[in-house]
Write a protein of this length. Structure first.
Lengths: 340, 314
């Protein structure tokens, strides 16, 4: 079970490797893309100025150095879709990256791109992005026709659901799961919105809008019903705040708040999950480093054989902010601490 | 062009339906103007419409997958009236796959090949392997075009570069390699939403068929349901796939885009259960009707209410 860290520049590499990263993923947005499609159409799920490298030489330098440290690098080509014109361009980008930079894998969402790359004879392996919304074992069976080496499960699967999927597929493909940072209120693969800076994320934007409840079938809401719905909406908006990294906050020591799966590391090790993903290509170098250190701390304990309960206690103590853990809103996964 | 209607159950399939009977569908006060406008424009463009297909089921939530007995009743009612039948299916967990099997078993035993709309690659995998008699149709959730009414409509009305607009109005369906791949999987029909920025249907020159839903489009959907949270203690609210009592059936939540940086501050978004929807404007409807007349749309699916209804077994 590896720790997968985001990286967006060569300068972050040594720091993240020393902090405990065991795999890297990153994006590249060549200038030609931005010039052709403007900031409205994103190549890899991140704004052109938000967390991607820009040149092949930068990418090669990063990959070469990571390989010298024995760390594989995966590159995101994970837009939900590419049009015909874009597909030709992105396929050529993939070939060039494969030839010039030598990444270990390409992370892909669009089934059509996956199909093209599976036939392209690349050296790089293929990982299926969480944006492909692989929610069940049958979907993995479908995707195996493209020979991916790894499938990234969406955040929205529960521990029992992940366990069932991993048990069914572990021998055929690696499974990666989310571990830390940046939640998503919606099913990422079925969210047709943009995070463009002009409007921001839809989920957080909703929290500032006027709202009005309407009862179904021509009925009227009673005062009590309306009050109850309003309380639930208020709770939902609080949950969205947690999903958004507690308003993008951190502890006084700089440890990031926000969606967290540290209590589930013990379960993931037992199941045979291959990789734990830290989100945040666009995050600051310090946030990336702090995130890797947090995950490494817990993973090392699990590897040394710490019991589940002890591991959970350690995970909860890392930030020293028990009230956030106790809220239940900061967890990717509900973990049963009484299970072994 | 074929006309289809999304029915809530067997009762609706048993009677002659027409778009003008708006109140019968109980769309609610917030959405009635949109449904009424759609009915009026349908009449204006096409005259009296006769539905020849009914669509049943749900695209967005595995907790709204209908019971087998209710499907049986709807199917029988559709057959009695000579309506062709399409079952909608949502994205699903392994448990959702288990819930779909008895429905697909039932449809598979029908003499006429029924359509099954898939919004999950796992469902397509299941259909191809175990139910080759059923006709798979790619659902609109599998079409990944952006449809963020906060901004994509603004792009559509602006002088954005042509390359940007083309990319926003199309999807991977404009790649022959993709439609050919779908055909190899037995998929010859795809479903679409009417996009705020406009829909480019140039790919239809190939031999893939298209359905388009009206007068609502989906914005975003989630395994985490706000409505379902109402019966949980606060700490246990908003868990993926959490069991529910179909609280989504009781109310609708309308958001108004009061914090827009553009001049669309009166724009409404509608949350029903786990899914957000936008309404089609008159300009959007007229654009699609023109495309229908041009032969670019093979089926219009009229949804007289937000497509999140669930029937209780009486």
């Amino acid at each position: 079970m590896k720790i997968l860290a985001p990286i967006s520049s060569y300068d972050e590499l040594e720091m993240l490797a020393e902090s405990g990263a065991e795999e890297f993923y990153c994006g590249i947005v060549p200038r030609e893309w931005t010039e052709r499609y403007t900031g409205a159409v994103w190549l890899n799920r991140r704004s052109p100025k938000g967390g991607s490298l820009e040149t092949f030489s930068d990418m090669k330098r990063l990959v070469d150095h990571a390989h010298r440290l024995g760390i594989p690098v995966f590159i995101t080509l994970n837009a939900p879709y590419y049009t015909g014109e874009q597909l030709a361009w992105v396929t050529e980008l993939a070939r060039r990256l494969d030839g010039e930079a030598g990444p270990d894998a390409l992370i892909v969402t669009d089934i059509n791109l996956l199909l093209q790359l599976s036939l392209a004879g690349l050296n790089a392996a293929l990982h299926v992005s969480s944006v492909a919304a692989t929610l069940n074992t049958e979907a993995i069976g479908f995707l195996l026709q493209f020979n991916p080496s790894r499938i990234i499960l969406p955040r929205s699967l529960t521990i029992p659901e992940i366990e069932r999927v991993v048990a069914n597929c572990r021998d055929r493909v690696e499974i990666e799961v989310f571990m830390l940072n940046d939640g998503c209120a919606f099913e990422e693969g079925f969210c047709a919105t943009t995070h463009h800076h002009a409007v921001g994320a839809f989920c957080t934007s909703l929290s500032e809008m006027d709202t009005e409840f309407e009862a179904s079938r021509g009925r009227r809401l009673t005062y009590r019903q309306e009050a109850r719905l309003r309380r639930n909406l208020s709770d939902y908006r609080e949950w969205i705040w947690y999903v958004n990294g507690n308003g993008c906050g951190a502890t006084p020591a700089g440890l990031p708040y926000g969606p967290c799966g540290l209590c589930a590391v013990h379960d993931f090790q037992r199941m045979g999950v291959a990789s734990l993903k830290i989100v945040g290509r666009e995050a600051s170098p310090f946030k990336k480093m702090a995130s890797v250190r947090m995950v490494r701390d817990i993973v090392d304990r699990v590897r040394r054989g710490s019991s589940k309960l002890v591991t959970i206690e350690r995970a909860r103590s890392l930030r020293g902010s028990y009230e956030h853990c106790d809220s239940g809103f900061m967890c990717y996964y509900k973990v049963d601490a009484t299970e072994r | 062009m074929e006309w289809a209607i999304h029915i809530a159950g067997a009762g609706e399939a048993r009677t002659e339906l027409c778009p003008e009977e708006i109140d019968r569908f109980e769309p609610g006060a917030a959405l009635r103007p949109t449904v009424r406008l759609a009915a009026k424009l349908i009449g204006e463009y096409f005259g009296p419409v006769r539905f020849t297909r009914c669509v049943y089921g749900n695209e967005f939530c595995e907790h709204l997958i209908p019971d087998r007995e209710l499907l049986k009743q709807s199917l029988a009612a559709a057959c009695e009236r000579g309506l062709r039948f399409t079952l909608l299916t949502p994205y699903v967990s392994d448990a959702g796959i288990d819930a779909l099997r008895p429905l697909l078993d039932l449809l598979d035993r029908e003499g006429d090949a029924c359509e099954v709309v898939f919004n999950d690659w796992g469902v397509l995998n299941l259909l191809r392997r175990d139910y080759p008699n059923l006709v798979p149709v790619q659902g609109r959730l599998m079409n990944k075009s952006l449809r963020d009414p906060r901004i994509t409509g603004v792009y559509g009305a602006s002088d954005a570069p042509a390359t940007t607009l083309v990319a926003l109005r199309r999807s991977n369906l404009d790649c022959a390699s993709y439609t050919e791949f779908l055909r190899r999987l037995g998929v010859e029909h795809v479903e679409l939403d009417n996009l705020p920025q406009g829909v480019d249907l140039s790919f239809v020159e190939g031999d893939i068929k298209t359905s388009l839903y009206m007068p609502f489009g989906f914005i975003s959907t989630s395994r985490i349901c706000m409505a379902a949270g109402i019966h949980y203690s606060k700490r246990d609210k908003f868990q993926p796939g959490a069991p529910c009592h179909h609280e989504c059936q009781a109310s609708l939540l309308k958001y108004t885009y009061t914090n827009s940086p553009f001049d669309n501050r009166d724009q409404g978004f509608y949350l029903k259960g786990n899914t957000y929807f936008y309404t089609h404007t008159e300009a959007m409807m007229r654009a699609v009707f023109e495309q229908s007349r041009a032969g670019l749309i093979h089926r219009l699916v009229f949804q007289p209410r937000l497509p999140m209804t669930w029937e209780r077994i009486s």
